[in-house]
Design a protein around this ligand. Structure first.
Ligand SMILES: Cc1cc2nc3c(=O)[nH]c(=O)nc-3n(C[C@H](O)[C@H](O)[C@H](O)COP(=O)(O)OP(=O)(O)OC[C@H]3O[C@@H](n4cnc5c(N)ncnc54)[C@H](O)[C@@H]3O)c2cc1C
Length: 484
């Protein structure tokens, strides 16, 4: 291994090849802090050619690699599952081309999501997918996770906004997937669609062509407070049933509201409400006015305690600050936060949330909920002390049951945060061994030797005959094994 590290230092120099154990500590996990594993080394390439060079070197050594953007993933994606070198794209942050006529931008993968919108806003354009981590997460990470965000209810996930990608495959070959005309225009299979959401297991994206969206003529943001979660979820169902398509429909429960209000993300949310519903409407001014009236009427029928509307951009920013900062605000509650991500049919939100509260109580963990209500995409959050193995095991067991519940409700184990290493035990809840075999074949078409982020997304063969009753991650934590 020393020989490999020396070669990496020769290729990248001491500032762009990290081999020092203390410095590598910063790379031992992402936002899923239960899975910790220090990489063999980290390199920071600046171009496609440099990515190619390091991938070829690693292949010669038979050493796997793990792509990494900003490390904000919540499912262990950029944390090595076996000894591997991390290839971080943070230095590949150039916006290579913006074409307002074609409504597209070509970017390197390390461009931060919010920086792209900032760079095109003078043209009246923006990049629509807006994960709450958008001030730090990268377009490369968004592509790999098929990330969503509050505005994806109306505008779709990352996959709806990626036209093409240049990728370095595990053998060092550069492939171009899709085209600026759209993935179907070349008559090829939708390979860029296949790559999107592959969680770093198909190759490293080194250049990405994304769709830009024109800013809407008008935006209205409302916050309705309710005395019960049932009423808040009922208002969401009524809004959708009325044929309205808001840009965003987000709910925060009381525990989240209180954590937000006690933090730097304070937004003036009413703390006595059992839940608040944040609704954003956008489009032509006249239509938005009518829709805002309709939303107000629906909230009134659902006995809203209050309905506030942001009168100017400053107040709109304030209302969003609480929602976007909700995960950060949880940092006040304990040392670690497990952010779950499951989907249920929108009509089963209330029933599911009730059952989730029961699961939390049974495992003795404190749960808070903030979620993309329009999409039925739940994010139960559990604050815990990761230094305590018993507590961590209880949290993981509760998490497993919650995702099992989502599947039983007719939903899924991930809306936007991916599978990574976190949900390997859950995958058999949704897929048969045959389903998994098809997915493995697709993966090996991109990476036949299994060198690209191995041990993620797809469980090993044989582990899918029956869903794990007691997740292996829990066994690892209680046994003090590789999970910590
Ligand atoms: C506070 C907070 C809020 C969040 N809110 C949201 C949200 O609203 N919606 C949402 O969807 N997610 C959310 N996330 C999760 C996370 O931010 C997203 O998954 C994001 O897309 C990860 O981007 P990243 O640059 O941090 O990637 P990383 O975390 O570094 O990597 C994520 C995955 O992408 C792979 N990868 C990274 N770069 C590349 C590349 N160039 N080519 C191929 N694979 C690559 C990695 O191997 C890994 O599997 C949130 C996270 C936090 C901490």
């Amino acid at each position: 291994m020393d020989a490999l590290r020396r070669q990496l230092l020769d290729l990248f120099g001491p500032h762009r090849a990290i081999v020092n154990e203390a410095a590598l500590l910063a790379y031992e996990c992402d936002g899923f802090t239960v899975h910790k594993a220090r990489p063999l080394a980290v390199v920071l390439p600046e171009s496609t050619a440099e990515v190619q060079r390091v991938v070829r070197l690693l292949r010669a050594h038979r050493v796997p690699f793990v792509p990494r953007g900003a490390g904000t993933c919540l499912s262990g994606g950029p944390t090595p599952a076996q000894p591997a070198v991390v290839i971080e794209t943070a230095r590949m942050k150039q916006i290579l081309r913006v074409s307002p006529e074609d409504l597209l931008a070509v970017v390197q993968p390390g461009v931060v999501n919010a920086d792209l919108t900032r760079a095109v806003q003078h043209l009246g354009l923006h990049y629509a997918p807006d994960p709450s981590s958008q001030t730090v997460c990268t377009i490369g990470g968004n592509l790999a996770e098929n990330s969503g965000g509050p505005h994806c209810f109306k505008y779709g996930m990352t996959t709806d906004h990626v036209l093409a990608a240049e990728v370095v495959l595990a053998d060092g070959e550069v492939a171009r997937l899709g085209s600026a005309l759209g993935p179907h225009a070349m008559g090829e299979l939708d390979l860029v669609g296949l790559f999107t959401g592959s969680e770093g297991t198909f190759g490293i994206a080194t250049e990405i062509t994304v769709r830009l969206s024109p800013d809407p003529e008008a935006v209205r943001t409302l916050l309705a407070a309710f005395a019960s979660m049932e009423a808040a979820c009922g208002a969401v169902s009524d809004i959708v049933a009325a044929g309205l398509v808001p840009a965003a429909l987000e709910i925060l429960d009381q525990a989240t509201i209180r954590a937000v209000e006690a933090s730097v993300y304070r937004a003036g949310y009413p703390q006595d409400a059992a839940a608040v519903l944040l609704v954003e409407l956008d489009g032509p001014a006249l239509a938005v006015d009518e829709d805002a009236q309709a939303v107000r009427a629906i909230c009134a029928r659902r006995a809203a305690l209050s309905t506030e509307e942001a009168a100017d951009p400053e107040n709109r920013k304030r209302l969003w600050k609480g929602r976007k900062g909700a995960f950060g605000a949880m940092g006040r509650l304990s040392t670690d936060l497990y952010v779950l991500d499951g989907v249920v049919p929108r009509t089963r939100l209330v029933e599911t949330l009730r059952a989730i509260t029961g699961i939390g109580a049974r495992h003795g963990v404190t749960l808070t909920n903030v979620f993309h209500a329009g999409d039925g995409n739940l994010h139960p959050n559990i604050a815990f002390d990761g230094r305590d193995p018993e507590q961590t095991a209880a949290v993981l067991a509760a998490g497993y049951e919650i995702l099992e519940l989502c599947v039983r409700m007719g939903g899924s184990i991930s809306g936007e945060h991916g599978i990574g290493s976190e949900k390997l035990d859950h995958v058999p809840l949704m897929f048969t061994p045959d389903d998994l075999e098809v997915m493995r074949r697709a993966r090996s078409a991109f990476d036949p030797e299994g060198l690209c982020n191995p041990g993620k997304v797809l469980p090993q063969r044989g582990s899918c005959a029956e869903p794990a009753r007691w997740p292996k991650m829990v066994e690892r934590v209680l046994g003090g094994g590789e999970g910590r």
